[in-house]
Design a protein around this ligand. Sequence first.
Ligand code: ATP
Ligand code: MG
Length: 377
Amino acid sequence: MGIDDILLFDETIFKNIDVFNPDYVPENYLHRESQMEAFAMCLRPALRGGSPINTVVLGSPATGKTTAINKIFSMVEGNSDKVVCVYVNCQLHTTRFNIFSQIYNKIFGHMPPETGVPFSRIYGSIMNYLQSEKKSMVVALDDVSYLFYIKNANKIFYDILRAHEEFKGVRTGIFAILSDIEFRYMLDQNVSSIFIPQEVIFEPYTIQEMFDILNDRTKVGFYPDVISDSLLCQIAEYASSVGDLRIGIDLLRVSGNFAEADASKTIEKKHLLDALQNTDSTSLKSTIETLSTNEKILLKTIIELDADDLIAGDLYKSFSKNTSTSYGSFDRMLNKLEFLRLIDTKFTGKGVKGNSRIIILRFNNEEILKLFEHIRI
Ligand SMILES: Nc1ncnc2c1ncn2[C@@H]1O[C@H](COP(=O)(O)OP(=O)(O)OP(=O)(O)O)[C@@H](O)[C@H]1O
Ligand SMILES: [Mg+2]
């Protein structure tokens, strides 16, 4: 098929391509009944004039934690106006001010001014509101590990959980979400005096469960009979082997695109093979292209250092030779690279404040270097 044909070909196998987007919230949320029930039990007291039960939510990436929280929060909000449910992504909001601005926004429908308003006034408005309206509040801190990097967890937990000491009758709770089990002990170390949570565990999905979820997504996203069960099974097996449901969902979308480009009304094995080859490098390239110049330089520095145990402090030394960046911005950039799943970082428990991190590239060095040949810095 020529370029014109591809562009003008107006038949599509996608009933709704948005279904394969990362932020799509599925209508059917499968295989997590027991976790949803556990959440309901923790939130039930809040609907009856009590406090929500503090909870820690544990599970590896793409096991449905964020989706579950969003689902249960909308169910609570649909059933009662007595509970304020706030979702905060701690990869994006790490300071006390930012996090309470998110809470403020949820309650009042707009952000507080960024300057000129002291934290205590924002905090006071929130708590006065909860007190006078007799509402309880639960705050989901997603990817809460990020609060440990800047040593903010303790204060923020304290601000939320001990509000009743200053504002009588206020009832608050926290759902802390973690995708790395190693942080479980950090949570204990940092906030155990005020936060004694219930645990809700999100086990990895089995191949069969992945198949069911992908099958459901297929029904909503594609027209009937676009993909065979056996091909879907292969996608589920692949996603299960890499332990990441997101990859399975992405493979559906990319194989669909290959089938369309081939003017095929069905997805065939060859389209899946093309998708498998393409998925990694295409999505990686477009992710890198969205980075700022300094972020690209930082990523390149990590690749060029090519060290096994790359410590954040050492990386900063090399990076700051090429740029004039403060340690704070450097740290935020690392968080962003991790958020985009380009790198992993792990605490070593060593360093001046015991919080130095090791940086691990999630991709093959040479693969990224090759991509950099086609990316403008
Ligand atoms: N049980 C499920 N049913 C349908 N879709 C699901 C289910 N679990 C996860 N998904 C889908 O898988 C993807 C990842 O889910 P989600 O973002 O909730 O995972 P997570 O556990 O929060 O991951 P991370 O730890 O990386 O933040 C999303 O596209 C979501 O729609
Ligand atoms: Mg999540």
